[in-house]
Design a protein around this ligand. Structure first.
Ligand code: PLP
Length: 491
């Protein structure tokens, strides 16, 4: 299995197909595009049937081996077994089995259709990013050991991604994490999650500034190629291919758990931001998984909903991005979207490149087919099963209250966006699986606003704010930052 960039033209150096291990530690392709397999591996009906009885880890192995063909089977089996164990996914609710890893719960089954929740948030940081990041940690350690190399991950976070990365990389040989966060800007719970880690390979840096200051520092370091190479700096952002492919597994798992034979179909609704999660659903569907529809749910930052309603992709300025109560979906552009657009325009890299150049120069593109538009490919969107909807703060509050009253469970704000939109797309005879992307305890302020009581905390998180914290505070100063990194890498 080989990978090419979505922008690889005949003249580009990324034209040469690369292997899974080649792109594992990287992000963007050198030409600025995103990596995709040359073609999607297909899953036969016989395979799908055989997979019905597998454990999550075994299923992950079967799917990943179609993509990571340059990792020895026995090694991949060991890596997936170590990643997807009840040890790691121990935060399952009282009536769920942590051995299921992503247990399903039927919320409603009536004339309107069947509404199902798939729990993806039982990992160490209580959000779905653990599903992929935990595998990435093990893959990185494996690949670095094989090459006798090391990697220093440098990133900025306003919450979720940073903690998922730290919990995945803690204690991993060959990996250090330098994570910037805006000092005193995260919730007490979020800072405690990150800062209570005592592992010597994890460095939390609380920047005296806002999130944009953190991102500017990351950009500045990325642009200093010499420093980056000498210090072996890498990132783990959502465009990483291994992260996307690890997420493909739970779509298969959800389908297999919700059906009894392969003639049945299901739909998924996905609370979306950077289009990483739902992109994995699209890939599962392209591999032959019987998915009827993929519903993109956004919050007030509705750049994706706008595209899937109109065919116009119009990125927002960062000053236009709203701070909402589902903050992990507060995006101004969707960094994985290019992977779908490439497909939509018939896997034409030159056209893909032109469209995303227009994003940079004109803030977006228009595929609606209207006079003066950049194309008419929007008419093909339904072929890929996509539809969308949006949700607001008032919708989140109402949905959290309603789900609590009807089904007795407390959902988080992102999942509430998903349920609100899923209900608008129910079809009788096709189960609708909503991906639960975080547990309510992470976003307690809004739970209190909606329900008047605190969200329940999983065991072990009761007093997380009281644990000793390990972090350094630093002015937003590039020279200080570089000196700190060099001091701690010894490179
Ligand atoms: C990251 C995140 C999302 C958005 O996922 P994308 O892959 O960026 O679309 C949604 N909900 C939660 C809780 C998240 O952490």
């Amino acid at each position: 299995m080989h990978y090419v960039s979505t922008r690889a033209t005949s003249a580009s150096e990324a034209r040469n197909p690369e292997s899974f291990s080649d792109i594992l530690l990287g992000g963007l392709a050198p030409d600025g595009g995103l990596y995709l397999p040359v073609e999607y591996p297909q899953v036969s009906a016989a395979e799908l049937t055989a997979w019905r009885t597998l454990s999550y880890a075994e299923l992950a192995y079967e799917i990943l081996r179609k993509f990571a063909t340059d990792i020895a089977d026995a090694d991949l089996r060991a890596l997936t077994a170590r990643t997807y164990t009840p040890e790691v996914y121990r935060n399952a609710r009282a009536d769920e089995s942590s051995a299921d890893i992503t247990p399903l719960r039927v919320l409603a089954d009536d004339a309107d259709g069947k509404l199902v929740l798939q729990a993806l948030s039982n990992g160490p940081t209580l959000a779905f990013k653990d599903m992929a990041m935990q595998l990435l940690g093990n893959l990185f350690e494996y690949a670095l050991a094989r090459n006798n190399d090391e990697l220093n991950i440098f990133g900025a976070t306003s919450g979720d991604t940073g903690s998922a990365a730290e919990y995945a990389m803690r204690g991993k040989r060959g990996v250090r994490v330098f994570m910037l966060s805006p000092q005193n800007k995260m919730s007490a719970f979020q800072s405690a999650q990150m800062f209570s880690l005592q592992d010597p390979n994890i460095f939390n840096i609380a920047v005296e500034g806002v999130f944009d200051d953190c991102q500017d520092l990351v950009k500045a370091v990325s642009n200093d190629l010499q420093f980056k190479v000498r210090q072996k700096i890498g990132t783990v952002n959502s465009i990483n291919w291994a992260r996307v492919v690890a997420q493909v597994v739970y779509y298969f798992r959800g389908y297999l758990a919700a059906t009894t034979d392969n003639t049945q179909k299901v739909s998924f609704t996905v609370p979306s931001g950077n289009f990483g999660n739902i992109c994995a659903g699209h890939i599962a569907r392209m591999m032959g998984l019987p998915i009827e529809r993929l519903i993109v749910a956004t919050n007030e930052n509705d750049v994706l909903d706008e595209f899937f309603r109109t065919g116009v992709y119009r990125v927002r300025k960062s000053s236009e991005t709203l701070h909402t109560s589902s903050p992990s979906m507060d995006i101004s552009k969707a960094s994985n979207f290019e992977r779908f657009v490439y497909e939509l325009v018939g896997r034409d890299p030159e056209r893909t490149h032109a469209l995303f150049r227009k994003v940079d120069t004109h803030g977006g593109f228009d595929l609606s087919g209207a006079p003066g538009a950049d194309g008419d490919e929007f008419k093909r969107v339904a072929r890929y099963g996509f539809a969308s909807g949006r949700s607001t703060h008032a919708d989140r509050l109402a949905t959290i209250r309603d789900v609590k009253a009807r089904y007795g469970i407390t959902i988080d704000t992102h999942t509430a966006d998903g349920i609100k939109v899923a209900r608008e797309h129910l079809q009788p005879g096709v189960p609708m699986i909503v991906l639960e992307t975080a547990l309510a305890a992470k976003f307690n302020e809004t739970i209190v606003e909606a329900l008047g009581t605190d969200a329940e905390r999983p065991a072990g998180f009761e007093n997380i704010e009281g644990l000793p914290q390990r972090f350094v505070a630093m002015a937003p100063d590039m020279a200080l930052m570089k000196a700190f990194i060099a001091d701690h890498t010894g490179l």
